[in-house]
Write a protein that binds this ligand. Structure first.
Ligand SMILES: Cc1cc2nc3c(=O)[nH]c(=O)nc-3n(C[C@H](O)[C@H](O)[C@H](O)COP(=O)(O)O)c2cc1C
Length: 315
């Protein structure tokens, strides 16, 4: 049986336009997680972050919205609104490592407070209309904090438990802690999803043979850099390098066209595309060179010229 593959949420990249177009050009992803929304009491239904999730505008693979808050009331209000919009599952972010977020006790800032997590779940689960999945790191500063959380999660009816085995202190670097992932996996009664540093077929095969109980995998940076990875994991048919570059070029041009419609001002569009290239350049062996060339462009026309040259040289 094929593994299930989720596209990870990457704030600033995997927005509605990216997710929709990704599924036009690439196969193999079963669902995409939207980057987090931080709800507030003042949030209105016409809030742009909620409008991004309008089902009519999300035409690609199924989407799972993500919410980041420590307030059970704010979480429930937004999650139940999302349920009315058609979302059967929402995800709770317990992994965001940024200082301001952690300081407010949200995201990974909650990991060292099992009592708060327990109370959050006691308050939300009975009144929550959609199913709840949780995405967490293994700790804020120490990798074993999750070990105290899994027995709490086990008491509740949850959907996926997505584990990125890094501490928040590590941000997105350093090694993933596979031993800690294994301990969480063995403790959990929920379906555990592995997330972190899958960049190639070899990475996937190594993890899949070590964690045979895991059937669902979440991939972020690896899929943005190599958008064929999910389909390669699921199928033996491999595209040639020429075909791949051609498809990535079409995907890029389509992204550029769609973002140009909504971003005004020459710097907005080039900044947006530069952010995407931070990870997308990973498909080439010359990723660093490509990023440098693109980062030097500041105007739309210069950007188009540089990108065309890069793609011409790659095919
Ligand atoms: C720029 C950036 C933005 C991210 N935004 C989110 C987010 O909104 N929600 C979330 O749960 N994780 C977010 N993540 C974490 C990824 O979803 C993922 O857990 C992490 O990158 C590890 O997986 P990977 O190695 O496959 O990329 C972000 C990561 C990066 C690098």
């Amino acid at each position: 049986m094929h593994p299930t593959i989720y596209l990870a949420p990457i704030q600033g990249i995997t927005d509605r336009i990216y997710r929709n177009l990704f599924s036009v050009y690439f196969r193999g992803v079963d669902a995409a997680f939207a980057p987090f929304i931080s709800p507030s009491k003042k949030m209105k239904p016409d809030n742009p972050q909620i409008r991004e999730l309008e089902p009519d505008l999300n035409t690609g693979v199924p989407v799972i919205p993500q919410i980041m808050t420590s307030s059970p009331e704010d979480f429930t209000a937004l999650a139940n609104d999302l349920f009315e919009m058609g979302y059967g599952t929402v995800n709770w972010n317990l992994g965001c490592p940024f200082r301001m977020v952690v300081k407010k006790g949200r995201g990974a800032g909650m990991l060292c407070h099992p009592d708060r997590i327990e109370s959050f779940l006691e308050k939300t689960i009975p009144v929550l209309k959609p199913k709840l999945s949780i995405k967490l790191r293994t700790g804020l500063k120490c990798s074993d904090e999750a070990l105290r959380l899994i027995p709490i999660f086990n008491r509740f009816d949850l959907d996926d438990l997505i584990i990125h085995p890094r501490t928040a202190a590590q941000m997105y670097g350093g090694d993933v802690d596979l031993e800690m992932f294994e301990r969480c996996l063995n403790l959990s009664k929920h379906r555990v999803v592995y997330n972190g540093d899958i960049y190639s077929m070899e990475d996937f095969n190594t993890l899949a043979s070590r964690f045979q109980q895991v059937k669902t995998w979440m991939i972020g940076r690896g899929l943005i850099g190599n958008p064929f990875l999910a389909e390669e994991i699921k199928s033996d048919i491999k595209k040639t390098r020429h075909e791949k570059v051609q498809i990535i070029r079409e995907f890029h041009d389509h992204l550029f066209e769609e973002y140009s419609k909504i971003l005004s001002g020459p710097a907005h569009i080039t900044n947006k595309m530069k952010e995407i290239w931070t990870y997308m350049a990973g498909f080439s062996e010359n990723a660093e060179k490509i990023r440098k060339k693109i980062n030097k462009t500041h105007h739309r026309d210069a950007y188009i010229g540089v990108v065309n040259k890069i793609f011409d040289e790659l095919v």
